[in-house]
Design a protein around this ligand. Structure first.
Ligand SMILES: Nc1ncnc2c1ncn2[C@@H]1O[C@H](COP(=O)(O)OP(=O)(O)OP(=O)(O)O)[C@@H](O)[C@H]1O
Ligand SMILES: [Mg+2]
Length: 299
């Protein structure tokens, strides 16, 4: 464990020097206010019962969820404005095509985005991928912040952090209560909820499996934003609920040994490919339409 710690520390230091501060989050991170969970809260027996039968449909979801007032970070959320040619947008369309190609051969709806280390662009990729998916007419997408330890997706979307997944996993809310509908048609979001201790136990308590089974018929894609692989075990656990894993590697930043180690956590059949994030514009490949293992999204 301490070797991992050392490696992480080294990686952080290397990154800070090599990027000259470029990787600082674009937004001020609000101070996190961990809300202590009662010990063994996930074992409580009085849980909110699932919504029953025919009430669990897309129509009832629309009726139950009013459009929320999101305030997306327009610097990094690429599809909330009408500009089709924003830097990086084309790479996300390429990624979308690639995923549809894979889906012709494999069952693929539940997809997770992860990376070796923190701050490599997992939430950036997951959120933009969800947006580009719903840009296709009639496609319905649910994006879930499954990083219960360090939730961040709500900041990218400018959405509320609660109630969310942790409240559902603790049995405090039903499915529809944690789903938010934003300003983009057919895009739904489950925030992480209040910060939780005991994340691995919560994720494995059976409620997440139930949630995914129930919402799956309502959506074309379900995208899970997850914690980094090297420091914590949650992503490996979350992969059990998914049919595919996208691994984000930050250009000129992720140490290759750690990227390899993270990759080894997933069976080959689950690993769909690597998204190379933050390629400087002058290093982008000449042709934008290439379908290799890696799909880039420029900084
Ligand atoms: N390609 C990019 N271009 C510009 N900014 C980016 C890019 N990728 C990520 N960022 C910015 O870098 C910061 C970290 O990205 P993000 O939050 O997506 O990382 P993360 O891997 O989800 O981090 P964490 O492990 O903390 O959840 C954010 O401020 C994000 O907006
Ligand atoms: Mg994140």
């Amino acid at each position: 464990m301490s070797r991992i710690h050392d490696a992480l520390k080294r990686a952080e230091q290397e990154r800070a020097t090599s990027m000259g501060g470029q990787l600082e989050p674009a937004l001020e991170q609000p101070e996190l206010q961990p809300v202590g969970m009662p010990e063994h809260a996930h074992m409580q027996t009085a849980v909110m019962p699932p919504i029953q039968g025919s009430s669990f449909s897309y129509e009832s979801l629309l009726a139950r969820c009013p459009v929320s007032n999101w305030n997306p970070d327009t610097r990094t959320m690429l599809f909330f404005q009408e500009d089709e040619n924003r830097k990086g947008a084309e790479e996300f369309r390429t990624l979308r095509s690639r995923l549809y190609q894979i889906r012709e051969k494999l069952p693929l709806k539940r997809l997770m985005v992860t990376s070796a280390l923190p701050k490599e662009g997992k939430s950036f990729v997951a959120a933009n991928l969800a947006q580009v998916m719903v840009r296709q007419h009639g496609r319905r997408v649910l994006v879930i912040d499954a990083d219960l330890r360090s939730p961040g997706m709500h900041r990218h979307l400018g959405a509320s952090q609660t109630p969310g997944l942790s409240e559902y996993l603790m049995g405090e809310c039903d499915e529809f209560a944690i789903m938010q509908r934003g300003p983009m048609d057919n895009l739904f979001f489950v925030p992480a909820g209040r910060q939780a201790t005991g994340a691995p136990e919560l994720l494995a308590n059976g409620r997440l499996k139930l949630f995914l089974q129930r919402v799956e018929p309502l959506f074309d894609w379900i995208i899970l934003d997850t914690p980094p692989v090297i420091p914590v075990a949650d992503s490996t656990l979350l992969a059990n609920f998914c049919e595919g894993v996208l691994m984000v590697v930050r250009s000129n930043s992720t140490p290759s040994d750690l990227a390899r180690r993270a990759r080894e956590e997933f069976q080959d059949k689950l690993l769909l490919g690597v998204v190379l994030n933050g390629i400087p514009a002058d290093q982008l490949p000449k042709s934008r339409y290439y379908y290799g293992e890696a799909v880039s999204s420029p900084a």
